[in-house]
Design a binder for this molecule. Structure first.
Ligand code: ATP
Ligand code: MG
Length: 653
């Protein structure tokens, strides 16, 4: 912990200090990836708190993901400024809504809908519209889009036509499903993810007394990743501010990657027009990546077009020279995945920690082949998107039991260790220290609780003097941030989920036409967003960067895919596309063999058992394992199995 407010400023460059010491808004920081925007706002809050200028409880910091919020809170604690609220828009709204619901609306707040896709399917069936699996997912996406853009069902067909949306079904049918879906939610007394923001905005708008209470609590607002704020989130921010301007926003227009959900960089780019007195700071020093990575990122930006590109900022690396980005072409996707797994194995063997490595892809469906390849190579991995651990019933129940035990053991007799107490509480409810035989729900339940025990062990190792009560408080905090216990492994994540994060080694994979840019990106603006996604991916790397693609999908496939247009003029041996010159990438293209490869066993994606029956292999699950699990659940199960394998010293599945 720095010993004074001024010490908090150490480790910031002059421009970052200007941000940190401008303690009254409006402040706007426009800067490229890795220039320390997140660091600058975190230190700004800590400096303000340490200097006695900001009351911790009066600050609301908004980040894009729960993980980023958790990281910010951790960093603030290290800087001696605990107690600041760092949340996503969603979690901040949810808390306020829960608190104000009885007073503003009456009664208990409805439950949050957990299985949205299922309810949309039911709404489809009731509207007598048959949807296949893909249509169901896409229609659900359209309903979400409608809600964040505040489009009511009646207006959807016209709005979809006007904005040129790629509609999965007849817009009139989607509007009918949307109407029925809303009706079903009302009948069941549940609200969905999007309703949380909509209802909070509604309450703050209609109830000045509630708005006043919120405004008297929060006086200083800080928003990270402001280029991806949606109109609805912006509205919420304005309601929180209530005409005040103590607001600090940071963002990078070149990293706008959520326009498909209604987000827009307009609020970032129009900040100065909105607040003529704003302090505007630009940062250009890139502290994250080597000159080689930065060169490639600048090369990508040089080719960008459109509104965001007009505001690009060339990055200047502050780091020592490192390896050139490695480009690799493979015959097929399994060979590409195997190539990445081989490189990752080498990196780990040379001392890079698995948690410092990431594989990033355009769509989640690409993860499967990488999971298999990493499993074959004995490399532990984790999928991002496993955040909902604390919502599992057994974990919730365990939390209640531990809370009760913490209250009962409040007398300072501080004899059994925290993990011992946790084990004792869980065993009193029949939890065995050894895993049950077999797989399925019983095993999953055991694994969740085992993860909780491990969490208590990590917690006790970090804080020897901690009590069970401290651990329960930690669980609450994590549950709020929807944090899964850390699993030491290579991260597999979509480019969208990688936002704001960084790793020593990053592999951006699947760089072919049709995947990045993705087939459904058709308009120039959509293509530019795909390019920005690649920019986000590339700038996640501190040191090692691998870029790869495969000429066909499966072994023996007909090939014919070509590398992403975004690499034209950047990868060696490619001609530049478009008029503008391109800097960046040297290094050679490595050609993967794509020859005979050993495929690992096919595992049931529900229970992880090795499959031998041809029918089961096709399904990728045992006949008796449930088939109606949603994708998020599959992800969750994989993560827990990986964690479990690691705990037992076995190679990951
Ligand atoms: P992104 O746009 O990807 O979110 P960012 O601008 O928020 O990036 P940070 O994540 O804050 O960048 O910083 C990138 C990395 O550089 C971090 O590891 C951070 O600790 C480091 N860094 C930032 N500023 C400095 C500095 N002045 N000195 C040393 N390291 C720094
Ligand atoms: Mg950041």
């Amino acid at each position: 912990v720095p010993d004074s407010a001024d010490a908090v400023l150490e480790g910031l460059d002059p421009e970052q200090r200007a941000v940190a010491t401008a303690l009254r808004g409006p402040v706007c920081v426009l800067a490229g990836a890795g220039t320390g925007k997140t660091r600058a706002i975190t230190h700004r809050i800590a400096y303000g708190v340490r200097a006695g200028m900001l009351q911790p409880a009066s600050v609301l910091a908004v980040t894009f993901t729960a993980r980023a919020a958790g990281e910010m809170r951790g960093r603030l604690r290290q800087l001696g400024a605990g107690g600041v609220q760092a949340r996503t828009f969603h979690s901040a709204a949810l808390r306020q809504l829960q608190y104000f619901w009885p007073r503003a609306i009456g009664g208990e707040m409805p439950r949050l809908l957990e299985r949205k896709v299922q309810l949309v399917a039911e709404a489809g069936a009731r509207s007598r519209i048959r949807l296949d699996r893909n249509e169901l997912r896409d229609v659900t996406g359209e309903i979400e889009w409608c809600k964040v853009t505040q489009t009511v069902p009646e207006d959807y067909p016209a709005v979809a036509a006007k904005t040129g949306r790629d509609v999965p079904r007849d817009p009139a049918e989607i509007a009918r499903i949307y109407t029925t879906y809303e009706q079903l939610k009302r009948d069941r007394g549940v609200i969905d993810f999007e309703d949380v923001l909509l209802l909070t905005v509604g309450v703050l708008q209609d109830r000045p007394d509630v708005a006043d209470t919120v405004r008297s609590q929060y006086q200083h607002f800080v928003v990270d990743e402001y280029q991806d704020v949606s109109p609805l989130q912006q509205r919420l921010l304005e309601l929180w501010l209530g005409g005040r301007d103590d607001l600090c926003v940071v963002g990078d227009a070149s990293q706008t990657i959520y326009s498909f959900t209604g987000a827009t960089p307009d609020f970032l780019l129009g900040f100065r027009a909105r607040y003529p007195s704003a302090t505007v700071v630009k940062l250009v020093r890139d502290y994250r990546s080597t000159p080689q990575v930065v060169g490639l990122a600048n090369g990508l930006l040089a080719q960008a077009r459109g509104q965001a590109a007009a505001h690009r900022l060339e990055l200047v690396s502050q780091r020592e020279s490192g390896p050139e980005p490695a480009y690799a072409e493979y015959a097929d996707e399994p060979a590409e995945a195997e190539g990445a797994a081989r490189r990752i194995r080498q990196l780990i063997d040379s001392g890079v920690r698995p948690s410092e490595i990431a594989v990033l892809y355009r769509i989640n469906a690409q993860s499967e082949v990488y999971e298999q390849a990493l499993a074959d190579a004995g490399v532990p991995y984790q999928l991002r998107g496993a955040e909902r651990f604390f919502e599992r019933p057994e974990v919730r129940e365990a939390g209640l039991l531990l809370r009760g035990a913490a209250r009962a053991s409040a007398d300072p007799e501080d004899t059994a260790t925290v993990p011992e107490q946790v084990r004792a509480v869980l065993s009193s409810r029949g939890w065995a220290s050894e895993p049950p035989a077999g797989s399925g729900a019983v095993r999953d339940r055991w694994e969740s609780l085992a993860a909780l025990v491990r969490l208590s062990e990590d917690f006790a190792a970090a804080r020897a003097d901690a009590t069970l009560g401290d651990f329960v408080a930690e669980l609450d905090e994590r549950a709020n941030a929807q944090h899964a216990p850390t699993v030491e492994g290579v991260t597999l994540a979509s480019l969208h989920a990688a936002k704001g994060l960084e790793w020593d080694a990053v592999f951006v994979v699947g760089l072919t036409e049709g995947t990045l840019p993705i087939t459904f990106a058709k308009t120039d603006e959509q293509i530019e967003e795909e390019r920005r996604l690649l920019y986000v991916g590339v700038t996640r790397a501190r040191l090692h960067l691998g870029l790869s693609w495969a000429l066909s999908r499966s072994p023996g496939g007909r090939g014919g895919r070509r590398p992403s247009r975004f690499l034209d003029g950047l990868r060696p041996g490619s001609a530049p596309r478009g008029a503008r010159g391109a800097g960046g990438g040297a290094g050679g293209v490595e050609r993967g063999s794509g020859g005979r490869r050993k495929r690992g066993p096919v595992l049931c994606r529900v229970c992880g058992r090795t499959l031998s029956d041809a029918g089961e292999i096709k399904l990728m699950r045992c006949e008796d394992c449930p088939s109606d699990l949603d994708e998020a659940l599959y992800d969750r199960l994989r993560v827990w199995r990986t964690a479990q394998a690691k705990a037992l010293g076995q190679p990951a599945y």
